[in-house]
Design a protein around this ligand. Structure first.
Ligand code: NAI
Length: 550
């Protein structure tokens, strides 16, 4: 769509109904001709504002809010009234807004969902709907859905089981699909699969809005998810289905079950992997080393950690390493210490990284045994990269690579300031949630946000644009290489290993083109390869500008 699009007036609702449709509403920006033709006279104050003036009013109010949670509520309320204005505000202030509409503030919103609730958004599909899930999906009023983000709320950011409050995450992620990659908001659908919660606090809270029961598990759970996925295939056959923030005992299994059968991926496993691999590629530009020379020690062996490990291994294999060599270069510490062969009862997803090494009880012991070049925190354990860890890394490496990826900020393994201070400014640092720039010995360090929001919007855009049948690891590897290639020397000078967020739409377009290119090469695209895949992807992008109604 372009800014000059017009919409046929005959097809629009009129009067109040139009003002209450957030996809069509323009508020005070309706022109006089539109007001007359659409029964809006008298329903709006007389002065006609331009979009830029409306943005100024929103920002004025926004800046008067006292807390991030109030800013969040202000923005989602705007989204419920006028999506064009909401996205214009977010796109124009992306660095400022991202921590509000996504991590860390969205985490607070999930925790208080039942208390903040104003209007529903998306679809709540509950265990009580089993057997009738297709009918529930058919209640969605917009037929041409292209991207669905679904969660069951079990592992929200690093905050654990949020039950139905987990809905904040699909809503937030889809806002990023639109803001960062121009996915048309009318083609997005957030879904909450409510199968209960283990969170006793919510079960006791009279304002909790989900099912008041313990989680459904095992075969009945799998059958319910299968009913949902099959219903999606029938009702929204062109949709990409992104699984988000499921507990890791389900996430790996569901990914394996569905990845070859429907157009789906798990962002915690695959998206995180790509953003981390991209960060590693960029860090190597600073250290001058190759990927094959890296030894990576992970704190946390869950969805994010194992997903990253798998993608690093396949990238090392691409560089000529054997599978065994590559896997030996990735070691994991979980809540029971170093993951080694002699341990019993290891979860299936950890087995391929259980090496023949002596046990080590904790991270520091593992660090000294493995002597890694990079440490990656995906553990949800705050402050676990303490002064001793960072100092040890700095003794072992000229430029230690330190990624503290746990979200939200309160769960980060260390802060940016700590990483730079304890390493004497040598660390190459990235975090999952943003940290402000910090100053050390007269130098300013701007750390990168190793957040998968650099990856999934562009991947989704590429998949939608070429109508890919499946989402593959080769697409994520291409996304990682593309993201790394877009980091400028000026970013590196500041210490930032990801491009500035202000370039996110350009970044997403390039990632989208790279993903589509893989789909064309691998015979997975639903459209013929155009002469210029980048132009194809850019033409798919929605821009937050008002259409003329005539
Ligand atoms: P998960 O629940 O699958 O895995 C957590 C892992 O941490 C498990 O292996 C667990 O054994 C380990 N762990 C827990 N306590 C520990 C302790 N005391 N010592 C050592 N290990 C411990 O969760 P997932 O999906 O892997 O996410 C982990 C974190 O990574 C979360 O905070 C999440 O928000 C963050 N994350 C960040 C992303 C980003 O874009 N930066 C994307 C995805 C996840």
């Amino acid at each position: 769509m372009t800014d000059t699009d017009t919409k046929n007036i005959e097809a629009l609702p009129r009067g109040e109904a139009l003002l209450h449709d957030p996809l069509l509403n323009k508020g005070t920006a309706f022109t006089l001709a539109e007001r007359r033709a659409l029964g809006l006279e008298g329903l709006l104050p007389p002065h006609i504002h331009r979009l830029e003036e409306q943005v100024a009013r929103v920002m004025d109010n926004y800046r008067n809010k006292q807390t991030d949670l109030e800013r969040y509520i202000h923005l989602v309320s705007l989204q419920d009234r006028n999506e064009t204005l909401f996205y214009r505000v977010v796109v124009d202030h992306i660095e400022e807004m991202m921590p509000i509409i996504y991590t860390p503030t969205v985490g607070q919103a999930c925790q208080q969902w039942g208390h903040l609730f104003r209007r529903p958004r998306g679809l709540y599909v509950s265990w009580e709907d089993r057997g009738r899930v297709e009918a529930v999906l058919r209640n969605w009023r917009l037929p041409d859905v292209r991207v669905i983000v679904v969660t069951d709320g079990e592992r929200i950011l690093g905050l654990g089981d949020q039950g139905v409050g987990g809905m904040g995450i699909p809503v937030g992620k889809l806002s990023l699909y639109t803001a960062c990659a121009g996915i048309d908001p009318s083609r997005t659908l957030p879904v909450m699969l409510d199968v209960g919660t283990e969170n006793e606090g919510y079960l006791r809270d009279p304002l909790y809005m989900g099912l008041r029961q313990k989680r459904i598990r095992g075969a009945p759970y799998d059958a319910f998810v299968a009913e949902f996925v099959e219903a999606v295939k029938r009702v929204f056959p062109r949709a990409l289905l992104q699984f988000e923030d499921f507990g890791n005992q389900n996430a790996f299994r569901l990914l394996e079950q569905w990845r070859e059968r429907v157009c789906t991926f798990n962002d915690d496993i695959q998206g995180t992997a790509a953003v981390t691999l991209a960060g590693l590629y960029t860090a190597l530009r600073l250290t001058g080393k190759s990927l094959r020379e890296q030894r990576v020690l992970f704190l946390g062996a869950g969805e994010a950690g194992i997903g990253i490990g798998d993608l690093i291994v396949s990238a090392m294999v691409d560089e000529g390493a054997t599978l065994e060599e590559a896997r030996r270069n990735c070691c994991f510490v979980d809540s029971h210490g170093l993951v080694v062969k002699s341990r019993t009862g290891l979860a299936e997803h950890k087995l391929r990284f259980a090496h023949d090494l002596p046990p080590a009880p904790g991270f520091q012991a593992a660090l000294e045994a493995i002597r890694p070049t990079a440490i990656v925190g995906v553990s949800t354990v705050p402050r676990s990269f303490d002064q001793r860890v960072i100092e040890t890394m700095s003794r072992m490496n000229e430029r230690p690579i330190v990624f503290a990826l746990s979200n939200p900020t309160s769960k980060s393994e260390c802060t940016a300031e700590e990483a730079y201070r304890w390493s004497g400014g040598k660390a190459i640092f990235a975090s999952g949630s943003p940290f402000p720039p910090c100053h050390l010995d007269g130098k300013t360090f701007v750390s990168g946000q190793g957040n998968n929001s650099y990856i999934f919007p562009g991947v989704g855009l590429g998949v939608v644009a070429c109508q890919a049948r499946l989402v593959t690891d080769r697409m994520f590897a291409a996304a990682a290489r593309t993201l790394a290639s877009l980091v400028l020397p000026s970013d590196l000078e500041l210490g930032r290993i990801y491009p500035s967020l202000t370039r996110i739409r350009e970044v997403s377009a390039h990632i989208g083109a790279a993903v589509a290119e893989v789909a064309f090469q691998d015979g997975l695209a639903g459209v013929p390869r155009p002469a210029d895949p980048l132009a194809m992807v850019q033409a798919e992008m929605w821009h937050p500008a008002y259409r003329t109604y005539a």
